[in-house]
Design a protein. Structure first.
Length: 208
């Protein structure tokens, strides 16, 4: 496959600067396929393992779409573990290094909830969290979804293996369906994953 440079796509200069800063030159295969589709606003099903560059594959289009002037929560990324949530938050922070007014907050179980509530009150446009804790905040109304237009399910198969299916579906129900972009990444595509894609995605594009 021919390599695609990040500069070939209509990506904001601040993001391109960060990408260059991180030492990325060509897009990885999953990025070359996924970034244009996610940037076009499509729902995407991405079959990809870790280490393929999938975080930037959804992170770049996500940052491209965020309105920094709007202080409300606009995107939720769900991850199976605290470690992955921190890792994804770090990568997206690096990608947003030259953007102004973007707040990114990891929210996971095991961390003091009152500290999280305080941080959430400060306003974050992007939350990266584990399903159980995000669910908890939604019930407490310390996370509000009225302005959320993008949800990413990262390592969806792992989240299902860990018993998060009900939480994921409840979280998806909280997010306004009108204008919602739902992006799902998974290493494997067992039936429960396909059921979620059928139930919550519209005209999804599949990428391998
Ligand atoms: P991920 O699969 O998202 O966990 O990414 C794996 C690693 O590859 C991370 O350290 C990324 O920073 C790095 N990476 C992602 N995209 C690229 C790229 N296009 N070129 C070089 N490294 C990359």
């Amino acid at each position: 496959m021919e390599t695609v440079k990040f500069t070939e796509l209509d990506i904001k200069p601040e993001i391109l600067k960060a990408v260059a800063n991180m030492g990325f030159e060509a897009m990885s295969p999953i990025q070359a396929k996924a970034i244009p589709e996610v940037m076009a606003g499509h729902d995407v099903i991405g079959q990809a393992q870790t280490g393929t560059g999938k975080t930037a594959a959804f992170g770049i289009p996500l940052l491209q779409k965020i309105d920094p002037k709007n202080r409300k929560l606009q995107a939720i990324i769900l991850c199976p573990t605290r470690e992955l949530a921190i890792q994804v938050a770090d990568e997206i922070r690096r990608l947003s290094k030259f953007m102004h007014g973007i707040k990114i907050l990891p929210v996971y179980g095991g961390q003091d909830i009152n500290r999280q509530i305080k941080a959430l009150k400060g306003g974050a446009q992007i939350i990266i969290g584990t399903p159980g804790r995000v669910m908890d905040h939604l019930r407490r109304k310390t996370i509000r979804c009225e302005a959320v237009n993008t949800i990413v399910l990262d390592e969806a198969d792992e989240m299902l293996n860990m018993g998060f299916r009900e939480d994921i579906e409840t979280i998806l129900e909280y997010i306004p369906e009108e204008g919602r972009q739902t992006v799902l990444f998974s290493a494997t595509m067992p039936k429960p994953i396909l059921d979620i894609t059928k139930k919550y995605q519209h005209d999804a594009v599949t990428i391998k």
